[in-house]
Design a protein around this ligand. Structure first.
Ligand code: FAD
Length: 300
């Protein structure tokens, strides 16, 4: 398993800013994420120090080169899952590998794709969930669905095999974007990929059935939403980090309630601007440095 001291999820303004601080402090730093949305030909007019405006692409490119100059490793790699490791630290799973980290900065922006199910909110906590590692246990030997079209849904469906064998993936009518490796693993686990859209849910005391766009009603006990790619909120929920609505709760130093987990930028949901993301990233980096140093003093 690969190892790093600071793992940063996200390579937008918050993640890159955190990486500049942790790498410059001599911490082994790995930042995972792909081009953030702002890295296009958008003019950024309100960021300090650029009187003639700068494009989002150029700003991100500069931040990336700056973080790399101090030794940060930056990879375009999607994080699928994160959980607590044995003892101290965390284990981050990507499509390619697993990485052990002493500190984690969540800087993954806000990206949750809503599945478009009318009454989904009515069933949250009553059969509908966003987190297999939190809620999978409640669906032992039950009929469950992982909802999503990509590798994230595939990973969630495979994680559900720890609890039940009656699992299907529904893509919400989207073409499957699950890669060959995951497709083979799903086949081996007898998990079908069904290209249908669920439009509403049914059940008196919790989830009992899902209604498809074609009018058919199918029985289901648990629905695990995993659309698109795993989001900051999904990572928070897997780790037991406190959230409020769509955002992660972090204190003034960007610490979450879980020691060693920090959050910065849009995923914290304060003022969704680059300047704020950069500032919070710096604070999260500083807090991660002191967490790792404390562990080193204790000999961890
Ligand atoms: P983001 O920039 O959203 O970066 C999130 C990062 O997380 C990305 O690298 C993404 O790939 C990564 N990520 C997400 N999920 C995963 C996963 N599962 N695995 C690995 N990586 C993952 N703000 C201003 O101040 N001024 C402006 O003029 C301005 N214009 C904007 C124009 C546009 C078109 C947009 C979309 C936003 C604009 N904003 C502007 C807002 C600004 O872009 C955000 O506030 C800022 O980018 C937040 O930074 P962040 O690092 O928190 O998140």
């Amino acid at each position: 398993m690969d190892k790093t001291q600071c793992l940063i999820i996200g390579t937008g303004p918050a993640g890159l800013s955190a990486a500049i601080y942790t790498a410059r402090a001599g911490m082994d730093t790995l930042a995972l994420g792909c081009e953030p949305k702002v890295a296009g030909d958008y003019d950024i007019d309100n960021y300090f120090g650029f009187p003639e405006t700068i494009t989002g692409k150029e700003l991100i490119d500069r931040g990336l080169r700056q973080a790399q100059r101090f030794g940060a490793k930056i990879e375009c790699e999607r994080v699928l899952d994160i959980h607590h490791g044995d003892g101290d630290g965390f284990v981050v799973k990507t499509i390619r590998r697993e990485i052990k980290a002493k500190a984690v900065v969540i800087a993954a922006g806000v990206a949750r794709i809503r599945p478009g199910i009318d009454n989904l909110a009515d069933y949250e906590g009553k059969g509908a969930s966003y987190c297999v590692s939190c809620d999978g246990f409640f669906f032992r030997n039950k009929k469950v669905i992982a909802l999503g079209e990509g590798n994230y849904a595939a990973n969630q469906a495979l994680a559900l095999t720890n609890f039940t064998s009656d699992i299907a993936i529904y893509t919400q009518g989207k073409a499957s974007a699950i890669n060959g490796d995951f497709t083979a693993q799903l086949e081996e686990a007898s998990i079908p990929i069904i290209n249908q859209k669920i439009v509403s849910l049914k059940g008196e005391n919790g989830l009992e059935a899902a209604v498809l766009e074609n009018g058919e009603t199918i029985p289901v006990d648990g629905l695990f939403v995993a659309m698109g790619e795993a989001s900051a909120l999904d990572f928070a929920k897997s780790l037991g980090v406190t959230t409020k609505g769509a955002f992660i709760e972090a204190d003034y130093e960007q610490k979450t309630n879980i020691p060693g987990v920090f959050a910065a930028g849009d995923c914290v949901g304060r003022f969704l601007q680059i300047s704020v993301a950069v500032g919070e990233g710096a604070k999260a980096g500083r807090a991660a440095i002191s967490h790792v140093k404390k562990g080193m003093k204790k000999g961890e």
